[in-house]
Design a protein around this ligand. Structure first.
Ligand code: NAD
Length: 257
């Protein structure tokens, strides 16, 4: 009775860096469900790799967009609008902190490191929603990526925990604002996955091992499991859900030991 068919839908995916990126796995799932893709990438240093990844795919448009400047976000959605395209599905899968701020004492976090991490990893969802929303019809959805360090301490995650707490608050505020227009906003909260970003976190390997040991499923989760959950949250199957964070962590969050 129910299935996921995204033919004719346009999906904007922000945050593909390489084949390990969570955004890339979600983009592939959306594409295989029939969606047209608009993929944004941070800078030309990543451009060649992304062109190679998408070489053989139809209905994919690549747009450069560094979210640290609002004008870049405005211009990216301007290009999509100029195509005459609606934005039906939007994935924000972007985070950054200086490597020095992803380890050591949290109290050593400097003002600049705080600002950079919060601007890129949390603030960026706001201009993305601002410039995307006018292109989003009723029934469209926004999904961002967070991590459980938003409300628990994970050694090494440091300032990124602060950024994720802010991001999850934004999810609730945007869901409240955009709900009356039929636009849903949610977050996925995966357990540790090997990517360019996670590898920068001191203590990542231990974090991953401990999650596998202590989670009820007794293993780590996969990129594919995040992509499947994204498909659910972005599709009509989750039409009654907004303002929430969905953990994909093998149940780790419920473990008391
Ligand atoms: P990734 O390094 O592949 O993706 C991070 C992306 O952010 C990259 O594409 C990078 O180019 C982009 N980015 C950074 N600064 C940017 C800027 N100024 N402008 C535009 N883009 C910028 O790593 P990932 O693990 O796929 O991370 C994606 C999201 O998933 C992040 O929000 C991350 O915190 C979250 N997450 C990751 C894990 C994990 O274990 N990998 C777990 C939970 C949540």
């Amino acid at each position: 009775m129910y299935s996921i068919d995204l033919s004719g839908k346009n999906a904007v995916v922000l945050g593909v860096a390489n084949h390990r990126s969570i955004a890339w796995h979600i983009a592939q799932a959306l594409h295989s469900a029939g969606a047209n893709l608009y993929l944004t990438y941070q800078n030309e240093r990543l451009g060649d790799g992304i062109r190679k990844l998408t070489d053989e795919m139809k209905n994919v448009t690549l747009i450069e967009c560094d979210v640290s400047e609002d004008e870049n976000v405005e211009s990216a959605f301007g290009q999509i609008a100029a195509d005459g395209a609606s934005v039906d599905l939007l994935i924000h899968s972007i985070a950054f902190a200086n490597r020095d701020d992803l380890g050591g004492d949290f109290s050593a976090t400097g003002r600049d490191g705080f600002r950079i991490a919060l601007e890129v990893s949390a603030y960026s969802l706001i201009p993305v929603a601002r410039y995307a929303a006018p292109l989003m019809p009723e029934g469209s959805t926004i999904v961002t990526l967070t991590f459980q360090a938003s409300d628990r301490v994970f050694p090494g995650y440091n300032i990124m925990g602060t950024a994720k707490a802010a991001l999850e608050n934004e999810v609730r505020q945007l869901a409240y604002e955009l709900g009356p227009r039929g636009i849903r906003v949610n977050a996925l909260s995966p357990g540790p996955l090997d990517t360019l970003s996670s590898r920068a976190i001191h203590g990542y390997v231990d974090m991953k091992r401990i999650q596998a040991e202590r989670s009820p499923l007794q293993r780590n989760i996969t990129h594919d499991e995040v992509a499947k959950a994204a498909l659910f949250l972005l599709s009509d199957l989750s039409s009654g859900i907004t303002g929430h964070v969905l953990p994909i962590d093998g149940g780790y969050q419920i473990a008391g030991v």
